[in-house]
Write a protein of this length. Structure first.
Length: 119
């Protein structure tokens, strides 16, 4: 499984290694900023750094996309559908990835815990 540590690595992974068009990666990251804020608000998570949550989710999305391309589940151009889904369902989409990156840092642990305890 591919792991990236920051948004720069995530961008390089998607654009240079997996041939995802740059404009789609830019849109994905832009929508992820909105989704991260919506996720924090939806689950009323306090004492987290929104920028840390955003970056963690962006890294998680990049890894999930790379993995799905490796497994021939999706093509690089399919990222457009993920962007559209993030626009329509930001909290749901971000929640899915939050589990993937839950143990990366304290902020993501708090977000993931809030998601799990709300169910």
């Amino acid at each position: 499984m591919t792991r990236v540590e920051n948004t720069d690595e995530a961008e390089v992974l998607l654009v240079e290694e997996y041939d995802v068009p740059q404009n789609l990666v830019d849109k994905l990251f832009e929508e992820m900023e909105t989704a991260a804020s919506a996720l924090i608000e939806e689950y009323d998570v306090i004492d987290v750094d929104a920028s840390v949550v955003e970056e963690s989710l962006m890294c998680g999305f990049a890894e999930a996309i790379a993995e799905s391309i490796d497994r021939d589940v999706r093509e690089p151009s399919d990222v457009r559908g993920l962007v559209d889904d993030l626009k329509r369902n930001p909290v749901s989409s971000a929640s899915t990835v939050a589990g993937r990156v839950a143990t990366r840092n304290e902020d993501m642990m708090r977000v993931s815990e809030a998601i799990l305890t709300s169910r």
